[in-house]
Structure formats: C-alpha cells, structure tokens
Design a protein around this ligand. Sequence first.
Ligand code: G3P
Length: 291
Amino acid sequence: MKIFLDTADFNEIEQVKHVIDGLTTNPSLMNKAVESLRGKGENINLEDYIRKILKAVKGPVSLEVNSAKYEAIVEEAKLLYDKYNKVNRNVVIKIPVSTFTGEDSVTQFESLMAIRKLKGKIPTNATLVMSVSQAVLAAKAGATYISPFVGRIDDSLKKKIGIPPDRDGYLDAELLEDIAEELVEKSINHKTTSIGSVYSVAERKHNKFHDDGIYSGVDLTEKIISVYDNYGFKTKIIAASIRNKRQVEELAVAGVDIVTVPFSVLLEMEAHYKTKEGVKKFREDAKGLKY
Ligand code: G3P
C-alpha cells in the first residue's frame, strides 16, 4: 500500500517527504496553503510554489483542473501537464469524475470524455468519486487513479442517520448494519402482517442507514476494490478524504492501492500510547547500561 499526503502545505510536505509515496492537492487545499502564507506576509507566486512542491515530492503529485467543459478540461490538463511535468516528471491531472451540477451549460459525461481523451497521454486522477458506479465509469474511461471520498460519504450518512456531526469520527459500517437489522427485527416482531408490509417496514428502517447500499466511506472503497478485482480494471484506487487512522487501517486490510491522508492522520498513524509508554520505560532502564 502506498501512502500519499493530502495537502498543499509546503511546511507539512517538508517534514514527511521521506515517509510518503506521493501527494494529492485540490483547489481548497491549494487556496488554504497560499492564503495562510499570504496571511503571514509572504509574497507567494503560485507557479513557483507549485514547482517547489513538485521538486520536494518523490512520487506522483495530483494537480486539479478548475475547468468543467470537455474541451476546457482537456486544454487545461495539457497546459498544466506541459508547464509542470518537466519539473520532476511526477504530475497527475486530477479531474472531478463529473463536473455536472445542472446549474450551468455543463452537461453530463464531459469529464469522463476528457479522461478518455487524455488516456495514454497524461495520467489522470478522477476525483470526488462517491459511488461504485462512478468508479466503474472512471475506470472504463481509462483514469489512471480514482479518488473515493471516504470522509465525505461518512459525513452524509451521519447527517442522514442523525448522528451528531463529528468531522474526524469513525463511522462503523458493520455496527450500522447490525442496528438496522435489529430495528427491522423489532418492528417485524411487533406486528407481523403481509410480506408486502414487512418488506416496506424493513425498507424504511434499513434505508436510513445506507446510501444506495453503501454503509460508510470505507465500505464504498471496499466495494470498489471488489468490483475492480472482478473485472481486472487497472485503475489504481486512492482512498481520499481520510479523517482518522482507523479508516486507513481498514482500507489497508481491504487491500486498497493508496491512501492519501492529511498531515494530522499521518501523525496519528505514527504514534501509539503503548509505544510511548514502552519507550519511556526502555529509556529509564537504559540509564545504567553501556553497550
Ligand atoms: O483528497 C480529498 C480531500 O482533500 C478531501 O478531504 O476532508 O475535505 O473531505 P475532506
């Protein structure tokens, strides 16, 4: 499994550039990093800043396009790639799996067509993947990578279920399934009527706990892994929008190709209270020893 860092903060990149295998950025992360430096009075030239990041990272670096129409995405992807790939030969162009919002002239499939057009010429990362269907379409279009958004799926499920919003909290898919089963069983035991009404009670109770059969962001990624295995898709999966180390560990067990983690999660991954305790004890006991 590869570990990418999900940031555009050069300070964070510098600290762990020898631990990570690559980097992912997006417009929000880029904006946050640049605004924070400008806030500190630094005069930032975005192009130079991106070059500095690319040089620092050994491994793929995703840079996201801002365009939404097919031709514009292709053009921007080529422009970004031509300008930046020569710096360290590690640029991947990140493209939302769909740029359709229904609010402007952008139609469906524009980004998938762009990904297909760039196939074999420029490596792409289809981002904002929220369903198995989108993952399949992106793989069929020839995306080099896809990024399912684990944390954001959890956010929307928590909201749907009514679990208090806790950005970094872990959402246990198995527990949710158990709760749903339990609720269904209870209501069936109370008033067993026709199969039809039992089905509709079960459906109502169960539906609350999933998004079209997806019980958490980790669950979504596990299902994408299975589907890609079923058909031998070569597209690599970068689990993104990671909020805690438990998600990383479950994704590793599931065999995900890559996880991209914010700096805070990488810190969590390195530390353990029992390790700290052990280190303190070893230091204590080593005081009188000379090897
Ligand atoms: O890589 C995608 C990531 O940056 C989004 O994370 O925490 O904003 O959902 P988040």
